[in-house]
Ligand binder design. Structure first.
Ligand SMILES: Nc1ncnc2c1ncn2[C@@H]1O[C@H](COP(=O)(O)OP(=O)(O)OP(=O)(O)O)[C@@H](O)[C@H]1O
Ligand SMILES: [Mg+2]
Length: 458
């Protein structure tokens, strides 16, 4: 705290003795100092060589420090400007803040106070510049492992970058395979906690009876099989990021414990009466609609509001236009290298097929399709016939039938259900529990239905 990168500071102070003292403070904090004795000099210097920050006395012989502040603000909206006021002139300080001062110091002040105030102002100014550059900014063709420059993704990249700086919980939603985990990792990597641990807990993959211990740890003898103390994810993520993946699958009793942990920063390992404290930054993800889960009573509303601080929605791949091609090409280069194949691109018919497909499994489905083509085929260009894509669009996004052909185009619900299930199993590489989780049904239902079809097919 109070440590700043060396900056060039313009000191505007008419009293020579004070100017000498403040210059000394600033140099001690590692800054270089440029000194102006009055308003005219201040403006001339600020224009000739814009400093990183200004330390500005509000009472100047040739005018008002406020007018200096205002004219600097007109050309330098993001510059750090800290004003100095005399003791007792709170109204002036408030006016200066309204006019765009970054902060104010009441005279007299100590060196440490100046260093901290200025460091914070410089840091905020740098952040603001960064955000503005991004907002106005260059469109990016990719970011932190994400390939693609679609407009919908620009917003994602901006949120990732700005949210990462703070400790605020990022709540990621998006269909299966849209890159939620990739986004969670990016938040960690871009955050000041990047050198700390990144711990992911997949609430859908861990059996209910084990999840509390996975999150909070347990003590020896807490339950059968607990032969030794074991730390949980909350402890392991101390100083880093705790990623709660598939958050909506967490059961209600654990949701209560999680809420307490978030509110107090402390928790009890299973079987322990002792409170432990950790410092973690939360990132959550779900492919469900969290508010729908709240309405259905499956997710605590208070927990939802605690966690839903910075929402980040990953758009489905079908809404990302040409990104499909860019991602496919990146995957192709990687898969071809891994498999020792010489593929170097997609034939026109394959590009058309990639763009036409609706990608219910999103980027993961695309990844798998490209890898399958590379593994099973050889050549220079991947052709449409090599891609394992279904000709028919997914049932839920099929074009609306006209009344005339409705009879031939509307399919029995049972067929659609079966197709949706088989597709889910395929996307999940045959992993039935995962497919069931994505479909929102229990694995046993899925096993039962598939067994029934198997029997019918005999
Ligand atoms: N824009 C992208 N560019 C390149 N690769 C991507 C992109 N988005 C996702 N991926 C890759 O796609 C795969 C799926 O991403 P990820 O696991 O992050 O999705 P998810 O939303 O967490 O999926 P699920 O809901 O099934 O858990 C990963 O291999 C990831 O690296
Ligand atoms: Mg995931």
């Amino acid at each position: 705290m109070g440590e700043a990168a060396p900056s060039r500071i313009l000191l505007v102070e008419d009293t020579a003795s004070l100017a000498a003292v403040y210059s000394e403070y600033l140099r001690a904090a590692g800054h270089t100092v440029d000194h102006a004795r009055n308003a005219a000099e201040a403006l001339a210097r600020a224009e000739a060589a814009p400093p990183d920050g200004v330390l500005l006395d509000l009472r100047l012989p040739d005018g008002d420090g406020l007018s200096v502040l205002r004219s600097i603000r007109r050309t330098q909206p993001d510059m750090a400007v800290v004003v100095m006021t005399a003791h007792g002139s709170v109204a002036t300080a408030v006016e200066a803040m309204r006019a765009g001062a970054s902060d104010f110091l009441v005279k007299p002040f100590a060196a440490e106070r100046l260093a901290v105030t200025l460091a914070n102002a410089l840091e905020r100014a740098a952040l603001r510049r960064e955000v503005r550059d991004l907002t106005a900014g260059q469109r990016r063709g990719g970011f932190q492992g994400f390939v693609g420059g679609a407009p919908a993704m620009q917003a994602v990249y901006r949120v990732l970058e700005t949210a990462a700086q703070s400790k605020a919980t990022v709540f990621i939603t998006g269909e299966s395979g849209t890159g939620k985990e990739l986004a969670a990792e990016a938040v960690h990597r871009l955050s000041p906690r990047r050198d700390g641990p990144f711990i992911a807990i997949n609430c859908a993959a861990i059996p209910r009876e084990l999840i509390e211990s996975e999150v909070f740890g347990h003590v020896r003898g807490a339950f059968t099989g607990a032969v030794a103390d074991r730390i949980g994810a909350a402890q392991a993520a101390d100083g880093g990021t705790l990623f709660l993946d598939e958050l909506c699958e967490m059961d209600l009793s654990l949701q209560g414990k999680l809420l307490r942990f978030i509110q107090t920063g402390s928790f009890q390992p299973v079987g322990s009466t002792q409170l432990r404290r950790t410092d973690v930054r939360f990132v959550c993800a779900t492919n469900r609609d969290p508010l729908e889960e709240v309405r259905a009573g499956r997710f605590r509303e208070d927990l939802y509001y605690r966690l839903h601080v910075v929402p980040l929605r990953l758009p489905p791949l079908r809404d990302r236009g040409e990104d499909v091609i860019a991602i496919a090409e990146a995957m192709l280069a990687r898969s071809a290298a891994e498999e020792g194949k010489r593929f170097r691109g997609f034939a026109p018919d394959a590009r058309a097929a990639l763009l036409a497909h609706l990608w219910p499994g999103n980027v993961r489905e695309l990844e798998n399709a490209v890898r399958t083509a590379v593994v099973l085929h050889d050549g220079d260009l991947v052709e449409a016939a090599m891609l394992p894509l279904r000709a028919a669009p997914a049932a839920n996004v099929a074009p609306r039938p006209s009344a005339a052909d409705a009879a031939t185009r509307i399919r029995p619900l049972a067929d659609i259900e079966r197709e949706a299930i088989e597709r889910a199993v395929e996307i999940c590489d045959g992993n039935i529990p995962k497919a069931a989780a994505h479909l929102g049904i229990s694995p046993s239902t899925l096993y039962r239905k598939r067994a029934a079809w198997g029997a019918a097919a005999e």
